[in-house]
Ligand binder design. Structure first.
Ligand code: AMP
Ligand code: GLY
Length: 420
């Protein structure tokens, strides 16, 4: 098979690494890719949010399967354009991608499916949103309805802070994403993510993970895209996972199909778990980043068979083989992230890293410049490892971190603390 992966972060490097291990992969192109991906696959410059350009590229390169990494191309309808042209694609339609692109849409689907989630109100003007906040009291959660690069959620400790967030959102702080606002009950408990493949009809769980959103050790400092992750997530026990499937995932997927917009692709199920009861925090219509890195480390080459079966609507025939292992990824970021940071700093030591089935250094934001690897983003490298225990995976991941020579980078030193 000739395969095209859209995206260029650590998630896509991990996907490429896993897909390449499957003998069914004849040729792999990643667009746009990064310096790490370029070491294992062909990279192509392509506007991945332009459905016409992606479809044309797939035709010219005899692509048999397109795997969409990030949410933006999905929300832009790239999967629809590919399907119209008869190209096999892994990823939901624009209509089904609303499960990530609109928070009020997801709440409405949960209502219709009677899926447990936080109570909420949906507002199109600041005054009624504020009246709702005053009636409910704090803490309370204020969310921009649309895609806001993970920044559109404010956990307000006071009514005044919630009112300020509402003014910011309707004032355009998140652009069009904040033209509508969802206000949610603040849920307590432990968060974990559950990953399932959905082919429109069938649902196949492929793993659990937990990430660390805050930038600093001990879960302190501002939120980030994720500073590290591990799989499996102990809080998502078999019993909790089954409840999440029966009460949340299956009913909402059935509701999507009933509306004529069946979901196809990987579904990231963000859950809040308290006293053994899961409630939905959010859906994402893609793999998590960096959660994908630990899932790929554990699944390996079989992921291509699973993705292929999902794209062809054959999930009922597919089976996941689980090793009884643990994986961890530690994000190495540029000093200053998630605020402003320097670009172009040189990263040394990468050539000497061990490469085996237990450790992989996935690249997230790198480029090659004059024979050297330089940092191009905030989150730059993902030191990823597998082990018989989480402690073993952690020791291997940090050994990888410590072998890198990058004075302008930093990482959290406590990834996995909750589970260890
Ligand atoms: P979201 O983008 O909706 O996943 O929100 C980002 C993060 O905000 C989540 O991962 C949670 O940590 C937190 N969060 C979102 N909604 C709630 C809620 N209703 N109660 C408590 N925490 C929440
Ligand atoms: N790590 C969180 C996300 O991918 O949304």
């Amino acid at each position: 098979m000739n395969i095209l992966i859209l995206g260029g972060g650590g998630r896509e490097h991990a996907l490429a690494w896993a897909v390449m291990q499957n003998p069914k992969c004849d040729k792999l192109i990643v667009a746009p890719g990064n310096a790490g991906i370029a070491q294992i696959a062909e990279c192509a410059a392509l506007d991945v949010e332009d459905g016409g350009a992606v479809t044309e590229f797939a035709g010219e390169n005899a692509i048999d399967l397109v795997i969409v990494g990030p949410e933006a191309p999905l929300a832009a309808g790239v999967a629809d354009r590919l399907r119209e042209a008869g190209v096999l694609v892994f990823g939901p339609s624009q209509a089904a991608a609303r499960l990530e692109a609109s928070k009020s849409f997801t709440k409405e689907i949960c209502d219709a499916a009677k899926a447990p989630t936080a109570g909420y109100g949906h507002f199109t003007d600041a005054e009624s949103a504020k009246a709702h906040v005053r009636a409910q009291g704090a803490p309370i959660v204020v969310k921009a309805d649309g895609l806001a690069a993970g920044k559109g959620v404010i956990i307000a400790e006071t009514v005044a802070a919630a009112e300020e967030a509402i003014d910011d959102m309707f004032g355009g702080a998140f652009g069009g994403a904040g033209a509508e606002v969802v206000i949610e009950e603040f849920m307590t408990g432990e968060e974990a993510s559950y990953f399932v493949l959905v082919d429109g009809t069938d649902v196949l769980p492929i793993g659990t993970a937990q990430d660390h959103k805050r930038v600093g050790d001990g879960d302190t400092g501002p939120n980030t895209g994720g500073m590290g992750a591990y799989s499996p997530a102990p809080v998502l026990s078999d019993a909790v996972a089954q409840k999440a499937l029966d009460e949340i995932v299956k009913p909402t997927m059935a509701e999507m199909a009933r509306r004529g917009t069946p979901y196809q692709g990987v579904l990231y199920v963000g859950l809040m778990i308290e006293n053994g009861q899961p409630r939905l925090v959010e859906y994402n219509v893609r793999f998590g980043d960096p959660e994908c890195q630990v899932l790929m480390m554990r699944l390996g080459g079989q992921v291509l068979d699973l993705i292929h079966a999902c794209a062809e609507g054959r999930l009922s025939e597919a089976k996941v083989t689980w090793a009884d292992d643990h994986a961890m990824t530690v994000v190495m970021a540029a000093e200053g992230y998630p605020g402003s940071y320097e670009k172009g700093t040189v990263i040394g030591g990468l050539d000497a890293l061990p490469e085996d089935s237990f450790t992989q250094m996935f690249h997230a934001g790198t480029a090659e410049k004059g024979g050297k690897i330089v940092a191009t983003g905030g989150r730059v490298l993902n030191a990823t490892a597998r082990g018989a225990t989480l402690a073993e995976a952690q020791a291997r991941a940090y050994a990888l971190v410590d072998a890198v020579d990058w004075p302008e980078g930093f990482c959290r030193r406590d990834i996995g603390w909750r589970a260890l």
